[in-house]
Design a protein. Structure first.
Length: 397
């Protein structure tokens, strides 16, 4: 699925403290020089920058989302999130994304205008980290157009998520390296402890669905871990290599050996649309990657199941259909083995139960489940290493 947050590149170090002052040109130049030394990138021109208020940031993010995605695209993504159960039925995707981004960003680099914005609520203690992070984006953009890098994968949500993890993970790692060289130590902003917490300080993040909390942190946390592993293997050329040979899936970010092996995801065929759904139209089709399956299992089963099973993901396809106001889902996933597929098949029953207020099972065998959920009739089948599902139909299968 597409991520609206990928429309911008921003720092995830939020806090409410005294406002900063603008950095000097000397400070900017010194930071760019240190980042270039660490990455091997060339400094090609100066970077424009200015302060921005919280109100200005809110308007900015809302406008950028509106400019970046057509209403049809936003609606398709919102319907997909709701159909899989990632968000509640009344969730407003565009509004919630803009609010979350405004709360979390202390600085952000706009790769379209090549302008760096520093939030006037950025605490002094975090200014250096935020500035280095955003200038790392600006420097990478001067050597490899970030807009082109992200935009060229727009039609492939998995590739887009993987490239976003490269962009954010690289900036996070470079900022940490420069801070370590400057001070001999650096506060580690690449662990789960860096995640926003506390209902009073970060209310938007705290109340966001698990899907948004995990996908917001993924590019920074898992992205920087991915970059560390590529750097350990390839040396400083890794900073260029991940732009020239980008990862293709979130699995390649989470399982770096899959990136080194140039592993391609499986493309399991979708089940056919059954009769009885009426005349329907296609809304959207795409894939859920390893990351999204991990979130799905964590949300509706357990973190232990998610950790144990998500690494066995090998591919997925889905399609959303509409008919007379009804949304229907066709889904197929492929797993590393028949045993892994059987475990996911069992876990998927918990997904169905978790996202429905009431669920009636009409049939249950080791390879097939069917019944009635809130959104209509469903059927889940396992065939070898594949699990398929048809959900939301007005009549039983």
């Amino acid at each position: 699925m597409t991520r609206l947050a990928a429309a911008l590149i921003f720092s995830l170090y939020a806090a409410a403290q005294p406002p900063p002052t603008l950095p000097t040109q000397l400070e900017i130049d010194a930071a760019l020089h240190d980042l270039a030394a660490a990455s091997g990138f060339r400094i090609k021109h100066n970077v424009g920058f200015r302060l921005i208020t919280r109100a200005e940031a809110g308007r900015y993010f809302a406008e950028r989302i509106q400019q970046s995605l057509r209403p049809k695209q936003v609606r398709a993504e919102e319907l997909t999130l709701k159909k899989f159960g990632f968000v509640p039925a009344d969730f407003d995707l565009a509004r919630e994304t803009a609010s979350l981004m405004t709360e979390q960003a202390t600085a952000f680099y706009d790769y379209r205008t090549r302008q760096l914005y520093i939030a006037d609520w950025t605490p002094p203690a975090l200014r250096e980290t935020a500035l280095l992070h955003e200038l790392a984006h600006a420097l990478a953009d001067q050597n490899f157009s970030i807009g082109h890098y992200l935009g060229s994968a727009q039609k492939d949500s998995e590739a887009a998520s993987a490239r976003e993890a490269v962009v954010e993970g690289q900036a996070t790692l470079l900022a940490a390296q420069v801070e370590f060289k400057r001070h001999g130590k650096v506060e580690d902003n690449t662990t789960d402890d860096a995640a926003p917490s506390g209902a009073t300080e970060y209310p938007e993040f705290d109340r966001a669905p698990l899907y948004f909390r995990e996908t917001l942190l993924f590019p920074y946390l898992q992205g920087s871990q991915f970059m560390r592993q590529v750097l350990a293997r390839e040396g400083r050329s890794a900073f260029r290599d991940v732009f020239e040979q980008p990862p293709q899936t979130t699995r390649q970010i989470l399982q770096v050996q899959a990136y080194f092996d140039h592993e391609r995801p499986a493309d399991p065929p979708l089940p056919s649309a059954p009769h009885g759904g009426g005349k329907h139209k296609d809304v959207v089709q795409g894939t859920l990657g390893e990351l999204e399956h991990k979130i799905l299992l964590q949300q509706f089963d357990s973190a232990e199941t998610a950790d144990a099973l998500s690494g066995a993901w090998r591919g997925c396809r889905f399609k959303l259909l509409e008919s007379d106001g009804r949304t229907m889902l066709l889904y197929a996933s492929e797993w590393a083995s028949d045993t892994d597929a059987a475990h996911f098949f069992d876990a998927y029953e918990k997904v169905l139960r978790g996202k429905s207020k009431s669920l009636r099972l009409d049939a249950r065998t080791a390879t097939r489940i069917s019944g009635l959920a809130d959104d209509g009739y469903f059927e889940v089948e396992r065939n070898g290493a594949r699990v398929t599902s048809r959900q939301g139909w007005p009549a039983a299968f």
